[in-house]
Design a protein around this ligand. Structure first.
Ligand code: KIV
Ligand code: ZN
Length: 515
């Protein structure tokens, strides 16, 4: 079996999904989970893009030990320097540097001739090599580049010190046959190609990212770049879980494997979905709610007689457990702590105490506390701590079909003062949001509002996701509570807190760079 390295770019390309804006604590949670999943390389961000990105890459590089941490840089000395400052504290500092190689990008974006692009690429690789022990070079828009030009530049950057050559399908344009041809051609043509690992990085604009990544693996790629749940710029990137499970289930065909701990997949997918607010569609391969549900009578009959009739992936393989019910009102701290540990959390006693309190108050209202509930409480605790400015203390809403909905909200401000206001709205949520706006001051524009239940049942926890614009900044926020209005208020305050939290970092010199 050939070993395929998994390069996860959820925190860089994935974070470029519209509306996604993770804070440092959330990025760290995801990075730690990616480490548990066993990804080989974590692309933690783009250090020169903003001060926030810089700090997250630095913290992740200094914290994560089980996966190699990398950061992105354009072919510019100041960006390579910023990446070095962010990554130098890691176990094995690794840079991902790129420049575009397609005629469209070279002419219209870079305004450089092909020879200038080669010179720039070689110079930046040589410059970076003076510091970074490991270096990956990417040919942005490789899949729309001239193959002979690609062969020429790749030979030169390998000579300059690049050890991984990544060939992105930046706009999700290529077909399987073409990507097979590209990888085969470069392997046959570039004289020093055996000194580097070839890597695929596919986008999903035509829905072909996973199949193209697998086709690249068939044709010699030793690394695949992907994101959890396939999130990313526009239609997203190749989905990590789909590639990993395809290689596992069809190893007879691909004769290749990853080093991933596959039963961490479901948990990683849920965490990323929760923290990014990007819902996993029910019918999504591998991690969707219906991926293991057999609905038709004929299928159910077949599965009952012999699972393999209709089931090619077992839920256990990806960490979907059939037995969900766990704790209840009478469960004590000890049982709770054991459950938290069994779920894979490395929680401090202080965190356990805080979440146990939340667990107890939830258990008063909800009969059965499931793994998903505990997961929600833990995630909120870990992520919430980092963004506490305003806190909802109390909420009261008057609603009647013939009345004007009116809300009274009590909030604690960062100075510990208690503030209270009341306001009306055309509906209960609007009344709550108008009241919060009155307390905080300034206009808060609601750009998106979504609600879902964490488990089934009438007493399920409600999870609200919002996106707002406040004080010239956009932010998303989440709130979880038994009651939908309380969850709505928490989500709103959480998003305002994120804007305020972001203002803690000095503003970036330029607009945040997205590539
Ligand atoms: O899609 C792309 O081309 C990229 C590169 C920056 C690697 O994400
Ligand atoms: Zn990309």
């Amino acid at each position: 079996m050939r070993k395929i390295n998994v390069f996860d770019t959820t925190l860089r390309d994935g974070e470029q999904s519209p509306g996604v804006n993770l804070n440092l604590e959330e990025k760290l949670q995801i990075a730690s989970q990616l480490e548990c999943l066993g990804v080989d390389i974590i692309e933690a961000g783009f250090p020169a893009a903003s001060e926030g990105d810089f700090q997250s890459v630095k913290t992740i590089a200094e914290t994560v030990k089980g996966s190699s941490v990398t950061g992105l840089s354009r072919s510019k000395k100041n960006e390579i320097d910023a990446a070095w400052e962010a990554l130098k504290g890691g176990e094995e500092p690794r840079l991902h540097v790129f420049i575009a190689t397609s005629p469209i990008h070279m002419t219209h974006k870079l305004r450089m001739t092909p020879d200038q692009v080669i010179e720039n690429a070689v110079d930046s690789v040589k410059y970076a090599k003076q510091r970074f022990p490991h270096l990956q070079w990417s040919a942005e828009d490789a899949c729309r580049s001239d193959l002979d030009f690609l062969a020429r530049i790749i030979e030169k950057v390998i000579d300059a010190g690049a050890e991984v050559i990544n060939l992105p399908d930046t706009v999700g344009f290529i077909t399987q046959e073409e990507i097979r041809h590209m990888f085969t051609y470069l392997r046959d043509t570039v004289p020093n190609i055996d000194k580097a690992v070839l890597s695929a990085h596919c986008h999903d604009d035509l829905g072909m990212a996973v199949s193209n990544s697998l086709a690249a693996i068939e044709s010699g790629a030793g690394q695949v770049e992907c994101t959890i749940n396939g999130i990313g710029e526009r239609a997203g990137n190749a989905s990590l879980e789909e590639i990993a499970v395809a290689l596992k289930i069809r190893n007879d065909f691909y004769k290749a494997e990853t080093g991933l701990t596959l039963n961490e997949i479901k948990r990683t997918s849920s965490l990323v979905s929760k923290l990014t607010g990007m819902v996993v569609p029910n019918n999504k391969a591998v991690v969707g709610e219906n991926a293991f549900a057999h609905e038709s009578g004929i299928h159910q009959d077949g599965v009952l007689k012999e699972k393999s009739t209709y089931e090619i992936i077992t839920p256990d393989l990806v960490g979907v457990s059939a037995n969900r019910m766990v704790l209840g009102k009478l469960s004590g701290r000890h049982a709770f702590k054991e459950k938290v540990q069994a779920l894979g959390y490395n929680a401090t006693e202080e965190e356990i105490n805080k979440v146990f309190k939340a667990f107890k108050s939830l258990a008063d209202k909800k009969k059965e506390i499931t793994d998903e509930d505990i997961f929600a409480l833990m995630t909120e605790e870990k992520a919430g701590e980092a963004v506490k400015y305003y806190e909802v203390e109390a909420l009261q809403v008057n609603y009647g079909t013939n009345n004007i909905p009116t809300a009274t909200v009590t909030i604690q401000n960062p100075e510990g003062e208690i503030l209270q206001e009341a306001a009306t709205g055309s509906g209960s949520v609007e009344a709550v949001y108008n009241t919060i706006e009155r307390i905080i001051g300034g206009e808060i524009k609601l750009k998106d509002y979504r609600i879902q239940s964490i488990t089934g049942g009438r007493d399920a926890l409600a999870e609200v996701y919002v996106q707002i614009e406040y004080d010239g900044e956009e932010a998303s926020g989440r709130g979880t509570a038994n009651d939908v209005l309380e969850a709505s208020a928490r989500a709103y305050i959480n998003s305002v807190n994120r804007v305020l939290n972001r203002k803690k970092w000095p503003r970036p010199q330029t607009e945040k760079i997205h590539v």
